[in-house]
Design a protein around this ligand. Structure first.
Ligand code: SF4
Length: 363
């Protein structure tokens, strides 16, 4: 079976998309800022998680100019819980760079902005400006790999041919079809029909030409080289209440930079976790603590690391001041008032006094 013809695919896909596309807030009013914001939020994150974040964000900062004037801490706080905070910081940097002239329309100019890769540039250029720019995100990758029954790993040797195939579809679409519709149709098919674990081939508009479906084994694609298992890492964290507030430290630039967290540390073993926590409080915030009780354990996976953190309630003496690890330390009565990483939210949720909802695992 030869790979399906590009023109046939486009002809089947576009009417299906027009009939079945979901009513999502960023589709109701299309402008470059809203496209960029939605695409950044949607990276690594599910649509139903993103919708309330997106709506709060645009209600507060309806355009690039208002966002450009925002304080970074406020932006991170609105992003809090979505994870991958470099996206929020880069968005703010973009807004400040282009606030006056607006976002550029070409892929190359968009890619010159902080945090905008080929996928996001293709989305903004095609959806907001109608530029014929292909894109390959996780959904498109899966759909194209299955349609053509591709034997190469799309994250390795199969990457370039996949972009070439996406480009071919755009060429086949010609001037009649909005390039943003074509990209969104492919993404929508992957998100709602050709899903990772349960593709619904009976509902699929391109099933007739699909090679993986023809082979009776869509789940065999995309083909992937085995992944490296995340490295296990151990950590400790302490919940220290002073005058009704909890002690939080603000991380410096870098991983989770600018976000707040309870005091803690990774510990490589060979040291009792309680001793590691006592040392962490002394070196990071200058407070002598004693352990009150062990509250629980939080297991959190970053891209390549699986961090198992034991959470303790502690009491201590002395005024907390920022030392080695933090740029700032505060005693916070409402932790929701500062931007927290997802990991910090999960650690705080172990402390029943705070009444925080448990956050899902993620970065
Ligand atoms: S026929 Fe099945 S495997 Fe092929 S694109 Fe459609 S849903 Fe995916």
């Amino acid at each position: 079976m030869t790979p399906p013809d590009a023109a046939d695919l486009v002809a089947a896909l576009i009417p299906w998309y027009r009939r079945h596309r979901r009513d999502l807030p960023w589709r109701r009013e299309v402008d470059p800022y809203r496209v960029l914001l939605s695409e950044l939020m949607l990276q690594q994150t599910r649509v139903d998680t993103v919708v309330p974040y997106f709506e709060r964000f645009v209600a507060r900062w309806p355009d690039l100019a208002s966002l450009a004037a925002a304080d970074e801490e406020e932006v991170l706080r609105e992003w809090s819980g979505l994870g991958y905070y470099s996206r929020a910081r880069n968005l703010l940097r973009c807004a400040r760079l282009v606030a006056e002239g607006g976002l550029p329309s070409t892929v190359s100019e968009l890619r010159a902005l902080p945090g905008i890769g080929p996928y996001t540039a293709g989305a903004v250029a095609s959806i907001a400006y109608g530029v014929s720019a292909p894109l390959v995100d996780g959904n498109v990758e899966r759909v194209l790999c299955r349609l053509d029954a591709r034997s190469e790993d799309p994250r390795g040797a199969g990457r370039a041919p996949l972009w070439a195939r996406a480009t071919e579809l755009h060429r086949a679409a010609g001037d009649e079809i909005h390039p943003g519709d074509l990209n969104q149709a492919l993404m929508e098919l992957g998100a709602t029909v050709c899903t990772p674990r349960a593709p619904s081939c009976v509902r699929c508009p391109v099933a007739a030409g699909c090679r993986a479906h023809g082979q009776g084994d869509p789940l065999a694609y995309p083909r992937r080289a085995p992944r490296r298992r995340p490295t296990p890492v151990r950590g400790v964290a302490g919940l220290l209440w002073i005058d009704g507030g909890i002690v939080l430290g603000r991380r410096p630039a870098g991983l989770l930079g600018g976000l707040w967290e309870p005091v803690g540390a990774e510990h490589p073993g060979g040291v009792e976790p309680e001793a590691a926590l006592v040392a962490a409080f002394a070196t990071q915030v200058g407070v002598e603590i004693e352990i009150v009780s062990r509250l629980g354990v939080v297991v959190h996976t970053f891209t390549h690391r699986r961090l198992t953190t034991i959470v303790y309630e502690v009491r201590g003496s002395g005024a907390p001041t920022p030392k080695a690890r933090y740029t700032e330390v505060r005693i916070v009565s409402d932790p929701e008032s500062v931007p927290l990483s997802t990991l910090a939210r999960r650690i705080l949720a172990v402390g029943p006094q705070l009444g925080l909802p448990l956050a899902a695992e993620g970065s």
